[in-house]
Design a protein around this ligand. Structure first.
Ligand code: SF4
Ligand code: SF4
Length: 159
């Protein structure tokens, strides 16, 4: 499905998702970037060097799950909108968002999966807008634990 529609399958995601033990320890980035492309802002954005140094700008990013703190700095700086943070301790997913209007804290939105299908209602708990993110916002959503690895976008109301 990745080849035809650009949507990763569970087996595509296997190498991008840490084991259960790491997930239970706290927030961690899930880098859903699969192609060799000339792009490396993720590497440069990480304050703790959790993304392995690129030997070539075409490298596919490799994340050290144990070093990642889940801070989300890479989420807002990835031009491909390919990075998410999941936090199984709090039931939070942090995702990049480039539509207007932005949601507000406390607002209920409709969470979407990778196919764009509506899968649940979610509450916005934070909207991060930093100058280093340029026009990308990082939106934090409360979602049911079993959907943390499914929710990858959202829409507001009946758009
Ligand atoms: S979430 Fe933070 S610590 Fe983890 S890879 Fe991204 S920038 Fe680095
Ligand atoms: S910045 Fe995003 S699109 Fe670019 S290599 Fe990193 S994860 Fe992939």
């Amino acid at each position: 499905m990745l080849e035809e529609a650009g949507i990763p399958t569970l087996s595509d995601l296997e190498a991008k998702v840490p084991g259960r033990e790491r997930l239970k320890k706290g927030p961690v980035a899930i880098i859903e970037c699969f192609r060799s492309i000339p792009c490396d802002p993720c590497y440069h954005s990480c304050p703790v060097n959790a993304i392995k140094e690129f030997s070539d700008i075409n490298d596919v990013p490799q994340l050290d799950f144990d070093r990642c703190t889940g801070c989300g700095m890479c989420v807002g700086q990835c031009p491909g909108l390919a990075i998410f943070v999941v936090d199984y301790t709090e039931g939070i997913v942090k995702l990049p968002y480039e539509f207007l209007p932005l949601p507000e804290k406390g607002q209920k939105v409709i969470a979407l999966n990778r196919q764009g299908k509506e899968i649940c209602e979610a509450e916005v708990i934070r909207v991060q807008q930093l100058s280093i993110f340029d026009k990308t916002a990082v939106v934090w959503l409360f979602v049911p634990e079993e959907l943390l690895m499914e929710v990858r976008n959202f829409k507001i109301g009946d758009e």
